[in-house]
Ligand binder design. Structure first.
Ligand SMILES: Cc1cc2nc3c(=O)[nH]c(=O)nc-3n(C[C@H](O)[C@H](O)[C@H](O)COP(=O)(O)OP(=O)(O)OC[C@H]3O[C@@H](n4cnc5c(N)ncnc54)[C@H](O)[C@@H]3O)c2cc1C
Length: 342
């Protein structure tokens, strides 16, 4: 990930985060300045007879010195992420819109782990173990349109045990009665002797993440706390309660994952059943088609564009969203160039 002074560069090996992809290329044009420690606290607007309400600048706060500055621009792009972008809209007092901050999707994650015997792995792969810590450890993906996604994933032992065995909305596994018809053997957090036993088989364990294609629901939202604030404005309050339909999809995916493990010869299958408050793929709180038009320009504030996960119209079916958001942001930049700078 971090490159190496005698080997590959960061740009060559790192995942394609903005820091190693778009930003170096943008800086190399000489037209871009990056201002670190700069938090936008307000989007400024102007009203004109020709354009109506449009973005005209921002107020920023230096997070080290507290100094405030004002910048004017012909176009403003909001890209503070699925929570901070709606927060900034609301804290800026921009026009009311029933979809600002609403419709949060988050893929309601889960994970399952299959533990295999040496013989089963030998049969399937011709080697005696899986080694979840070696090589590209997220290399297989299963997309089920309408339900979501399963991806295999591996880590070193510390992270592995804490991610796959330590968290559950079902409490401790040993306190849960086994459900006869469940396709997994254990559900819940694994602790004590059982954790030691499972981790002894760690090199023969395979885990999958489960990403649910959760529906857009206007009750899932980012709103402002009416009283509490920090130095950047009122705090965001996040509410996310998946629906019964989301639960159904998630169950179906978990059953599919367990079936795959069983068919591959797993002797033991463990389901984590994570709580919904695991926020990693925070999306669709400023939805295209509701808050913005198809160019990602806000309907109610011209020259104000959105280029982050919040502008995705929904949970895009379940996959990790970043590449889609980056592709959309690239397209948005072309739209901006054509519309306002050509
Ligand atoms: C542990 C973890 C693992 C993940 N793994 C994957 C993966 O494997 N694949 C994948 O596709 N996705 C993954 N994701 C999700 C991925 O991180 C997000 O999809 C992506 O970062 C979202 O991009 P964004 O631009 O919407 O928001 P962010 O990446 O959060 O960017 C928003 C930026 O804006 C800044 N900001 C916020 N408000 C302001 C403001 N008012 N003024 C100035 N700056 C502001 C923030 O500091 C931040 O730098 C993972 C997330 C986590 C937490």
């Amino acid at each position: 990930m971090n490159g190496c002074h005698i080997g590959p560069t960061v740009e060559g090996v790192a995942k394609r985060s903005t820091l190693v992809s778009y930003i170096p290329r943008a800086l190399s044009t000489g037209n871009v300045e990056v201002r670190p420690n700069t938090f936008v606290t307000k989007v400024l607007t102007e009203d004109s007879a020709t354009e109506g309400l449009h973005a005209a600048g921002v107020i920023t706060r230096d997070t080290w010195t507290g100094e405030r500055n004002e910048f004017r621009a012909r176009v403003i792009v909001m890209s503070g992420g699925g929570i901070e972008t709606p927060r900034l809209w609301l804290n800026s007092g921009l026009p009311e819109n029933p979809w600002v901050g609403k419709g949060l999707t988050n893929h309601w994650f889960d994970s399952l782990t299959g533990i295999f015997s040496e013989a089963a792995i030998m049969d399937a792969l011709g080697v005696s173990d899986i080694k979840p810590y070696v090589g590209q450890n997220s290399a297989a993906r299963f997309d089920y349109p309408g339900l979501g996604v399963l991806i295999t994933v591996g880590y070193g032992p510390g992270l592995y045990s804490s991610i796959f065995y330590s968290s559950s909305s079902k409490g401790y596994s040993f306190l849960n009665k086994p459900i006869a018809e469940a396709p997994w053997d254990y559900e819940g957090a694994i602790v004590g002797e059982q954790l030691k036993e499972f981790m002894r088989d760690y090199t023969r364990s395979l885990s999958v993440y489960l990403f649910t294609d959760d529906d857009v629901d206007q009750r899932n939202e980012v709103v402002l706390d009416p009283e509490r604030r920090d130095e950047n404005g009122f705090l965001p309050v996040i509410r996310y309660r998946p629906s019964a339909r989301d639960a159904e999809k998630r169950e179906q995916l978990a059953v599919i994952a367990a079936d795959i493990f069983r068919a591959a010869g797993a002797k033991t299958i463990i389901r984590s059943n994570w709580p919904p408050e695991l926020f990693i793929h925070i999306m669709s709180t400023m939805r295209m088609g509701y808050v913005t038009d198809a160019n990602c320009e806000a309907y109610q504030v011209k020259r104000l564009f959105i280029a982050d996960n919040s502008v995705l119209c929904n949970g895009i079916g379940g996959p990790n969203p970043t590449l889609t958001t980056q592709a959309l942001a690239t397209r948005t930049s072309e739209k901006i160039a054509m519309q306002y700078f050509s």
